[in-house]
Design a protein around this ligand. Structure first.
Ligand code: FAD
Ligand code: NAD
Length: 479
């Protein structure tokens, strides 16, 4: 028999779950959100925000910023005539700053729950059956368990790092994202398995702080998901200019840990090779959190990748059971999870929730940053869609030169027949912010001429977007 009853019970308090809960409560639905002690604070209190706030987006960006400043102080000041005698890095202070930001934001979500009257239930949530129209959800807390009833359930249990057989992660020497965000000192030699988003972002952090970083990537192509022109430019900058060692087409054979170091034996086309490092990061993707959810007991279907099977409205095969974020298909991105959370809450409330999956931006927070939205040139070619491309380098932009940050370009792809913008690909300073203009334009179904005719402030980096739009029609003014 359930102790409490809600219109909506959300399982998981990450970006998908906490946003769904807040929106549902805003729409007048009685709402509870269950969060486990996975990211509990030192006193054991539950922390909201999931992977993103605790061990993902936010702490990684804090460390990226610290390491960027260190890099600039070491190598960027001289060109401005500034001499900084000795630049030192105190890793403990850097980590404390990161932790303080995490605490501030996770506490903030608790405040938002109070403000919006969302009930936080501390414990692990799982399905315990159905009585009439009400789902029974067990909440197993640290000391006791209770059952709550819900008209609607939103599963937002997120994802966990994928580990590899024979490579035991202890988050001290061999780390996934959790340990890689908390290394207490700069390792002399850092190995990374996987040249994806985490490998590049966290590899960059520790490399800027002084580690010799070697990344081992299984695929023969670098950044295969990005536009080929961007991937090519990124490869050039990261490997030749920044000295990141990235080996492609690698097959890991074994990883051995001794007191002195970690040894990775791997194979490439050139034969068997060995990498010795002091710390190893394993960043080979993430897996959906479905274990322990009791999904089997109620017949919740999974798809072929082990995610909860969901349609474009995040409906599962069970009546009034929804699933959002990393636990369902689609990119594992915090903003995608949040959009799905809002959509589902609005659909439950009888509104017309919607997510436009074709216009979800991607950002990789390396330096320079990489950002894109829409289709890549490869996807357009494969689909037989004719397009025109406009590409403008940041080196042609006064603001980028003034900032001393002029590598990369903006590349716009527009339909050859209708001029509709099909994709925008950026590698360059502030790409993460610049992409918003392209996202907005594409949401409004803009053509490249629309951006070409918009007045962009001078001197700003956004003028490169403007010029790229002009370049689609071969009428760039400053290049
Ligand atoms: P999660 O954030 O994983 O949250 C799920 C929550 O559910 C967790 O708090 C978990 O404890 C809880 N939970 C699980 N099972 C149960 C249960 N049975 N009962 C109760 N609670 C449960 N994305 C971006 O968009 N931008 C970035 O810059 C970015 N950087 C990243 C950097 C790193 C290092 C990592 C690892 C990820 C990054 N991501 C980034 C991805 C982003 O963190 C995820 O896409 C996002 O957190 C997914 O949100 P979610 O709510 O689906 O799941
Ligand atoms: P990823 O999918 O981005 O990259 C994993 C990489 O590991 C791939 O290039 C893959 O080919 C490689 N790989 C897989 N198996 C391998 C093996 N056995 N040996 C060597 N290489 C192997 O995954 P990630 O970097 O772990 O990040 C996980 C997810 O978290 C991302 O997909 C992304 O959705 C999210 N994330 C997003 C951001 C961001 O938005 N800026 C930042 C970090 C993480």
């Amino acid at each position: 028999m359930a102790n409490q009853q809600f219109d909506v019970v959300v399982i998981g308090g990450g970006p998908g779950g906490y946003v769904a809960a807040i929106r549902a409560a805003q729409l007048g639905l009685s709402t509870a959100c269950i969060e486990s002690d996975a990211y509990a604070d030192p006193k054991g209190a539950v922390r909201l925000g999931g992977t993103c706030l605790n061990v993902g987006c936010i702490p990684s960006k804090a460390l990226l910023r610290s390491s960027e400043l260190f890099e600039t102080a070491n190598h960027g000041f001289a060109a401005h005539g500034i001499t900084a005698a000795t630049v030192k890095m105190d890793v403990a202070t850097m980590l404390r700053r990161k932790d303080a930001i995490v605490t501030q934001l996770t506490t903030g979500i608790k405040g938002l729950f109070k403000k919006n009257k969302v009930t936080l239930l501390a414990g692990r949530g799982s399905f315990a059956g159905r009585e009439g129209a009400l789902w029974q959800i067990k909440v197993a807390g640290q000391d006791a368990a209770e059952v709550v009833a819900a008209r609607h359930v939103i599963v937002a249990t997120g994802s966990a790092p994928r580990h590899l057989d024979g490579i035991p992660v202890d988050n001290i020497t061999i780390c996934d994202n959790v340990g890689a965000l908390a290394l207490p000192a700069v390792p002399q030699r850092l190995g990374v398995i996987g040249a994806g988003v985490i490998g590049l972002e966290l590899g960059s952090v520790w490399q800027r702080l002084g580690s010799a970083v070697t990344i081992l990537e299984a695929l023969p192509d670098f950044l295969a998901a990005a536009d080929p022109a961007v991937a090519k430019e990124a490869w050039k900058i990261f490997t030749r200019q920044q000295g990141l060692k990235i080996n492609l087409g690698v097959r890991i054979k074994s990883v051995k840990q001794t007191k002195k170091c970690v040894t990775v034996d791997y194979e490439t086309a050139a034969g068997t090779q060995k990498l010795e490092c002091d710390k190893l990061i394993v960043s080979v993707g993430r897996v959906p959190n479905v274990a322990g959810l009791g999904g089997d007991s109620v017949g919740l279907q999974l798809d072929e990748r082990g995610c909860i099977a969901a349609n474009e409205h995040c409906q599962t095969n069970l009546e009034n059971v929804w699933a959002v974020g990393d636990v369902v298909r689609g990119p594992m991105l915090a903003h995608k999870a949040m959009e799905e959370g809002v959509m589902v809450a609005e659909l439950i409330a009888g509104q017309a929730g919607h997510v436009n999956y074709a216009v979800i931006p991607w950002v990789i927070y390396t330096h320079p940053e990489i950002a894109w939205v829409g289709q890549t040139e490869t996807q357009l070619k494969n689909a037989g869609i004719e397009y025109r491309a406009g590409q403008i380098p940041f080196a042609a932009n006064g603001r980028a030169l003034g900032q001393g940050d002029s590598s990369g370009f903006v590349r716009m792809l527009a339909c050859a027949r209708t001029d509709t913008i099909l994709g925008v690909h950026i590698i360059g300073a502030n790409a993460s912010e610049l992409i918003a203009e392209a996202v907005t334009a594409m949401e409004f179904g803009a053509v490249s001429e629309d951006i070409a005719r918009i007045c962009h402030a001078h001197p700003t980096l956004s003028e490169v977007m403007h010029e790229a739009a002009l370049a689609v029609d071969k009428r760039a003014l400053h290049f």
